[in-house]
Design a protein around this ligand. Structure first.
Ligand SMILES: O=c1[nH]cnc2c1ncn2[C@@H]1O[C@H](CO)[C@@H](O)[C@H]1O
Ligand SMILES: [Zn+2]
Length: 394
C-alpha cells in the first residue's frame, strides 16, 4: 500500500463510525471519488418512499409495512436471509410497483440521480423486462420507459453539476424460458442505450447452459453479456458461463475461490520473501479467469446477505485482489443492502485497509470492463478517473 495516499480513517473517537453512518467529511471524500458501477439492479435500488408512493398510485396492496424508514428496514432485514432464494423474494414488492410506464420512468430517473449524487460517473444498470408486463406494456415499451427515465435523470444530474453516463443491461430470468427473446431485445436496442445482456435469478438448478441459444445469439451479433454465476452455486456454474457460454464478465463469480487452494488454514504470507509453497494455488478454471482478465463483478454486502460468504471479513475480495484477478466493486441491490457505491468502498477500506491507490485500481478495473467502445473506456480512465483520484492523492 502507498502510505502517501491514505484514505480518511474511520473516526478517531472510540465509536468507529459504521459504513452506514460515516462521519460527514469521510463520506464526502468517498462521494467525491469517481466510481464505476457495473452490477446494479434497477429493481433493487428504489427509494423506499418511491415504493410507497408507487404502490399507492397503482393500487399495489402487498407491501409489508406502511412508512418509508420502516420499509427500508424491512427490505434490509428480509434480504438478510442467508439464502439467495429468500433474498430474491423481496423483489416481489419492487417489481410489483414497476408495472406501468410512469413508474418505470420514475424509478430509472431517480436511480440515475442517486448514483450521480454518490459520485458514480459510469453505471451499467440491469433489470428484467419480462417482469414488467403485468400492467399491459410490451417488452419494447418497458425498455423504452427505462431508457427515458435514465435520460431524464442524467440530464437533471448534469444540470446539478454531476456528470454521469448510464448503460442499460437487459436481463433474462434464468428459471424462465424467454432468454433468446430477451437477447434479441437487447440487440434491438443496442444503439439506443442498451449495452449488454445478462441472466439472473435462482442459480441452483438453472445452469447457464439452459440459455445457450441466447448467448450464441449475442456472440453472433458481436454483442456483450455478463452472467450471474458463482454466487449461490459453485465452480460448475462459472465453468459453464465461461467455457460454454462465453461470458465477457461474471456477475459475482465469488465462488471462483472453490478453485483456489489457500495453504495453512487460510493465512497467506504475501511478503515478497515468503517461502515458495506458501502461496495460494490456482486450479485450471481460476487460472483461465485470471489469465483472460475476465472481470469479477463482486458485490460484498449482497454476498453476506445471501450467505455466499459468512461475513465481510471472510469475503475473498482481498484474496482475489492480491492475486490480481480483475476485481470490481459493486452494489448489486442498494435497497436490499441499504448501501451505495461509496458505502461498499468504505466497508472494503474498513475491512481490508485499502488506500486511494487501491480504490483507483478497482475503479479502473471496472472502467476497462465496461461494455463501451475501447476509445470511450480509455477516455473515461484518462479524463475522469485518474484526474479525480489525483485530487484525492493530495
Ligand atoms: O444477486 C443476485 N443474484 C441473482 N439474481 C438477482 C440478484 N439480485 C437481483 N436478482 C434478480 O434479478 C432480477 C432483475 O433485476 C431481480 O428481479 C431479481 O430477481
Ligand atoms: Zn445481481
Amino acid at each position: 500500500m502507498d502510505t502517501t495516499a491514505n484514505v480518511p480513517a474511520a473516526g478517531s473517537d472510540a465509536q468507529t463510525p459504521s459504513a452506514s453512518q460515516p462521519d460527514p467529511a469521510r463520506a464526502a471524500a468517498f462521494r467525491a471519488a469517481p466510481k464505476v458501477l457495473l452490477h446494479d439492479h434497477l429493481d433493487g435500488g428504489l427509494r423506499p418512499q418511491t415504493v410507497l408512493e408507487l404502490a399507492d398510485a397503482h393500487g399495489y396492496r402487498g407491501l409489508p409495512v406502511g412508512d418509508g424508514p420502516e420499509l427500508a428496514r424491512w427490505f434490509r432485514s428480509a434480504a438478510d436471509s442467508g439464502s439467495l432464494e429468500r433474498y430474491l423474494e423481496t423483489f416481489a414488492h419492487t417489481v410489483g410497483v414497476m408495472q406501468h410506464r410512469d413508474a418505470l420512468v420514475r424509478v430509472a430517473r431517480e436511480c440515475a440521480m442517486d448514483l450521480a449524487d454518490d459520485g458514480v460517473v459510469y453505471a451499467e444498470v440491469r433489470f428484467a423486462p419480462e417482469q414488467h408486463l403485468e400492467g399491459g406494456l410490451g417488452l419494447d415499451e418497458v425498455v423504452q420507459a427505462v431508457l427515458d427515465g435514465f435520460a431524464a435523470g442524467v440530464d437533471i444530474a448534469a444540470r446539478g453539476g454531476r456528470a454521469i453516463r448510464i448503460g442499460t443491461l437487459v436481463t433474462a430470468m434464468r428459471h424462465a424460458a424467454r432468454s433468446r427473446e430477451i437477447a434479441e431485445l437487447a440487440v434491438r436496442f443496442r444503439d439506443r442505450g442498451v449495452v449488454g445482456f445478462d441472466i439472473a435469478g435462482a442459480e441452483a438448478g438453472n445452469p447457464p447452459t439452459r440459455h445457450l441459444d441466447a448467448f450464441e445469439f449475442m456472440r453472433q451479433s458481436n454483442a456483450h453479456f455478463t452472467i450471474h454465476a458463482g454466487e449461490a452455486f459453485g465452480l460448475p456454474s462459472i465453468h459453464e458461463a465461461i467455457a460454454f457460454c462465453g461470458a465477457d464478465r461474471l456477475g459475482h463469480g465469488v465462488r471462483i475461490t472453490d478453485d483456489i487452494t489457500v495453504p495453512d488454514g487460510g493465512i497467506v504470507d504475501w511478503s515478497p520473501d515468503a517461502p515458495s509453497g506458501s502461496r495460494p494455488v490456482l486450479g485450471r478454471v481460476a487460472n483461465y479467469v485470471r489469465d483472460k482478465r475476465i472481470p469479477l463483478e463482486l458485490c460484498p454486502s449482497s454476498n453476506v446477505q445471501t450467505g455466499a460468504v459468512a461475513s465481510l471479513a471472510d469475503h475473498p475480495f482481498d484474496l482475489l485482489a492480491r492475486l490480481r484477478f480483475r476485481v470490481t466493486v459493486n452494489t448489486d441491490n442498494r435497497l436490499m443492502s441499504d448501501t451505495t457505491m461509496s458505502g461498499e468502498m468504505i466497508k472494503l477500506v474498513d475491512t481490508f485497509g485499502y488506500d486511494w491507490v487501491d480504490l483507483q485500481r478497482f475503479t479502473i478495473n471496472a472502467a476497462k470492463s465496461a461494455f463501451l467502445p475501447f476509445d470511450q473506456r480509455l477516455a473515461m480512465i484518462d479524463d475522469v478517473i485518474k484526474p479525480g483520484y489525483a485530487v484525492l492523492f493530495g
